[in-house]
Design a protein around this ligand. Structure first.
Ligand code: SF4
Ligand code: SF4
Length: 467
C-alpha cells in the first residue's frame, strides 16, 4: 500500500521496516527547545560521570571496581567479597524494584534520560554524524547515493571518529573491571602480554561500535528486555510522552477549517523521532520518551500562536479526563519492597563480620593419596581467602574442631594479618582414608585470635577414594 507522504506511516508496519521487511534507516531531524536543552545538560553530566567515575579514588581505592577474577567488589571505599553475595542480591533486587516504581510513575524515564545507549548516541555519535554528513536530509541523500569518492570519504571519516570514541568508551568500561591504574599500565605494554584482556577490549569495542554506530533504535525495538517489560510496569496513570487528541484532532485538511483542532499535520513530531514513530497514534513500544516530539510540536504551536503542550508529558488517564491514581496497589507494593530490601541491606552492612573467609578447592586433582606407616593418608588442598575488615592488627590461629584425625598444614600457623587487608593461604587437610565412610567427610575449621577467642568457624568438605 502506498502512502501519501513519506512520514505518514503504514498502519501495520514498523516505521523502521519497508514492504520487504528490510530496515529503513532513520535520520531524525535535530530539534531545539527546553527539553532538548535539559537533556543536553543532563547527558553531558552522565557522559562525564560514566567516563570519569572509574578514575576517581576514595579512601585509597577506585570508587567502583568490580574485580571479578578476585571476586572483590569495591564501592565508595568499601570492598565486598564473594561471601557478601547476599548483599549483591539485595542491591539487584533494590535496583529492580526501584526501576519498577520509577516506570510505574514516570514511564520510560530511564530510556529517555539515563540509558547509556540513548545518552551516547544522542550526545556523541549523532553529533559526529551530523558534523560529517550534514543534517537529516543531507544524510538521507548521502545514504541513497551510489558509492563515490564523497560517500567513501564521509563514511570513512565518520567511522574512524566513531572508532576512536568507542575505543575510549570501551577502555573506560574495562576500567571498572580491571582498575584504571592497572589498565593504564597494560595499555603501555604490547597486546601479546595480555591477549585475553585485549580480546575482551576488541569485543566490547566491536559491540558498542555496532550498536551505537549502526544498530541504534533497533536495539530498543527488538532486543531491549526492559523495553518489553515496561508495558507490564506501566498503567494509564504513568507519565508518558503523549499527544493530546482532544485538542489536536480533527487535524488540518480532514474537516472544515473552523472545526479543525490544533494539529496542522506538519509531521514535525515524526521527523524528529529517533525511532521514526508517530506519537499521535498513542503510546507505543518504540517510544523511548526522548521528548524530541514535544520540542518539535511546541515550536510549531509557538509559530501558530497556540498554546504549547499539544504533545507533552502526561498520563493517558488525565488525557482521557479520568481520575489519575497517585497511589495504587502496585506502587505501594514497590515501595514496601524497596523499604524491605533497603532495611535488609543496612542490617547486613552493620552486621558484617570483621573476619570473613572463603575456602576454594585448589590443585589440579580433588585429592592426593600416600601410604604413611601402612595407612592410606588422603590430602585435600584448599586456598583460604581471608578478608579482615577491622583496622587493628591481629594474629590468627587455625585448628580443626572435634576431630583429631584431621590435620592441617600451612606455611605459617598462627599467622599475622594487618588491619583492613586480605590474605591468601594454602591449606593441606590431611586425614586417613577410613574417615571417608561415604566418599566424603566434613571438617570444621576454627579461627581463633591470640587470646584463644573464637572469631569464625567454616565447614569444609573433604573428599577421597571410597575404597
Ligand atoms: S508537530 Fe504538532 S502540529 Fe505537527 S503533526 Fe505533530 S502534533 Fe501535529
Ligand atoms: S515519540 Fe516522541 S518521545 Fe517517543 S521516541 Fe519519538 S520523539 Fe521521542
Amino acid at each position: 500500500m502506498s502512502t501519501k507522504n513519506k512520514f505518514e506511516l503504514h498502519e501495520e508496519r514498523l516505521a523502521t521496516t519497508d514492504e520487504q521487511g528490510k530496515r529503513v534507516y532513520i535520520h531524525p531531524e535535530s530539534v531545539k527547545g527546553k527539553w532538548r536543552n535539559r537533556r543536553t545538560y543532563f547527558y553531558s553530566f552522565l557522559v562525564i560521570l560514566y567516563l570519569v567515575l572509574p578514575w576517581i579514588h576514595f579512601k585509597g581505592k577506585q570508587i567502583i571496581l568490580l574485580n571479578i577474577p578476585a571476586r572483590e567488589f569495591t564501592f565508595f571505599g568499601t570492598t565486598f567479597f564473594a561471601h557478601d553475595a547476599p548483599l549483591f542480591l539485595l542491591i539487584i533486587l533494590g535496583f529492580i524494584f526501584t526501576m519498577g516504581l520509577l516506570t510505574s510513575v514516570l514511564g520510560r524515564v530511564w530510556c529517555g534520560w539515563g540509558c547509556p545507549q540513548t545518552v551516547f548516541i544522542d550526545l556523541i555519535y549523532g553529533r559526529i554524524e551530523q558534523l560529517i554528513e550534514g543534517k537529516a536530509r543531507a544524510r538521507q541523500k548521502l545514504q541513497e547515493m551510489p558509492w563515490n569518492l564523497e560517500k567513501i570519504t564521509k563514511k570513512g571519516i565518520k567511522w574512524f571518529l566513531f572508532t576512536l570514541v568507542t575505543l575510549h568508551i570501551s577502555h573506560s568500561f574495562l576500567g571498572y573491571f580491571v582498575g584504571t591504574h592497572e589498565l593504564f599500565k597494560i595499555t603501555l605494554s604490547p597486546p601479546s602480554e595480555h591477549i585475553g584482556l585485549f580480546s575482551i577490549m576488541l569485543f566490547v569495542t566491536g559491540v558498542l561500535l555496532f550498536d551505537f554506530g549502526w544498530f541504534r533504535e533497533q536495539f530498543c525495538i527488538i532486543a531491549c528486555p526492559y523495553g518489553r517489560l515496561q508495558s507490564v510496569m506501566m498503567d494509564e496513570s504513568s507519565l508518558v510522552v503523549a499527544y493530546d487528541k482532544s485538542r489536536g484532532d480533527p487535524r488540518r485538511g480532514s474537516v472544515p477549517t473552523e472545526e479543525e483542532g490544533d494539529c496542522i499535520n506538519c509531521y514535525h513530531c515524526v521527523k524528529v523521532c529517533p525511532t521514526g514513530i508517530d506519537i499521535r497514534r498513542g503510546t507505543q513500544l518504540e517510544c523511548i520518551s526522548c521528548t524530541n516530539c514535544i520540542d518539535a510540536c511546541d515550536d510549531i504551536m509557538r509559530k501558530l500562536k497556540r498554546p504549547e503542550g499539544l504533545i507533552r508529558y502526561d498520563s493517558e488517564a488525565n488525557l482521557e479526563g479520568k481520575k489519575v491514581k497517585k497511589i495504587d496497589t502496585r506502587r505501594v507494593i514497590y515501595c514496601l519492597a524497596i523499604v524491605t530490601v533497603l532495611g535488609l541491606f543496612i542490617r547486613s552492612i552493620l552486621h558484617l563480620d570483621d573476619l570473613q573467609a572463603t575456602l576454594i578447592r585448589a590443585g589440579r586433582a580433588p585429592y592426593s593419596e600416600k601410604i604413611i606407616n601402612d595407612k592410606r593418608i588422603i590430602t585435600n588442598l584448599y586456598r583460604l581467602r581471608i578478608d579482615y575488615k577491622s583496622s587493628t592488627k591481629n594474629e590468627i590461629a587455625l585448628s580443626i574442631k572435634d576431630n583429631k584425625s584431621i590435620e592441617i598444614f600451612t606455611r605459617k600457623n598462627p599467622f599475622k594479618i594487618s588491619g583492613k587487608s586480605s590474605k591468601d593461604i594454602l591449606i593441606h587437610f590431611r586425614f586417613p582414608q577410613n574417615l571417608l565412610a561415604t566418599g566424603s567427610a566434613k571438617a570444621k575449621l576454627i579461627f581463633k585470635n591470640i587470646k584463644g577467642k573464637k572469631l569464625l568457624e567454616k565447614e569444609v568438605s573433604l573428599v577421597g577414594p571410597l575404597n
